[in-house]
Design a protein around this ligand. Structure first.
Ligand SMILES: C[S@@+](CC[C@H](N)C(=O)[O-])C[C@H]1O[C@@H](n2cnc3c(N)ncnc32)[C@H](O)[C@@H]1O
Length: 229
């Protein structure tokens, strides 16, 4: 039947915000109650794929690359990372909402080819900010698609990730020449300056929702220099 049916609902930990999963035939949508449009739609994942491609280009031939993905969503970014890196890579995906992981274990998982079942994937249930603050070790790439961009919509605590303190921590958690890619609904000059002030070399890439068409989004691609000043 060609109509959307809500097949799951949950609240975002630490808030009253409701997140729903809807299905229409083979298509899925994750929505935030009361917010127009979709947080994610399974038909539109070109920018989520690009987020991974920009972060992983230089890791294609790297042995044992260590990568952090913030936000599982429908798993498209995670799947694109796994496609881009070697079998020896280790990819941690941090997801705040337990139901999102459960949805990916069910029918939603088929959209991106069930990347959470890949042997290289380790699911961290919790806030990617906490993982960044508490974990030891460094990453070759960090990919963040947890929200609408530097102006959080899903989870107000996400503000820290985009703050000078959050960016400093991300910088510390990257290997020299490591890359952080950050998905955003729009370009943001203040945020670009903040990335540069942290020490990153920054590029802004515009990516469409579908190849060659649809809404335009921004991906901040920020690289830690090989030698720090
Ligand atoms: C837009 S979706 C990510 C889409 C994903 N790139 C994909 O390819 O499907 C954002 C995801 O980030 C999760 N999220 C939001 N804030 C988070 C946080 N602080 N830590 C970890 N996950 C978070 C949301 O629950 C949601 O699953």
């Amino acid at each position: 039947m060609d109509r959307w049916i809500t097949i799951g609902s949950t609240t975002i930990p630490g808030s009253d915000t409701e997140l729903t999963l809807s299905q229409c035939n083979d298509d899925f949508a994750i929505r935030i109650a009361g917010v127009p449009g979709d947080l994610m739609n399974s038909r539109l994942h070109h920018s989520e794929d690009a987020l991974a491609e920009f972060a992983c280009t230089r890791l294609r031939a790297s042995e044992s690359a260590h990568i952090l993905v913030g936000g599982l969503g429908m798993g498209f970014t995670l799947a694109a990372v796994l496609k881009a890196v070697e079998v020896s890579a280790r990819v941690i995906v941090a997801e705040l909402v337990p139901a999102v992981v459960e949805w990916n274990q069910g029918p939603l998982g088929q959209c991106a080819g069930r990347p959470i079942e890949d042997d290289r994937t380790h699911v961290h249930l919790g806030d990617v900010a906490d993982l960044l603050k508490q974990s030891t070790g460094k990453f070759d790439a960090i990919l963040l698609d947890v929200d609408n961009g530097p102006e959080p919509m899903t989870h107000s605590d996400n503000e820290w990730l985009y703050s000078p303190g959050g960016l400093k921590r991300i910088y510390e958690k990257l290997q020299p020449e490591g890359i952080v890619t950050i998905w955003s609904a729009r370009a943001d000059q203040v945020f670009t300056k903040r990335l540069k002030k942290t020490g990153f070399k920054v590029q802004l890439r515009t990516v469409r929702a579908r190849p060659g068409k649809g809404s335009r989004y921004t991906i901040f691609v920020a690289q830690k220099p090989r030698v720090q000043k």
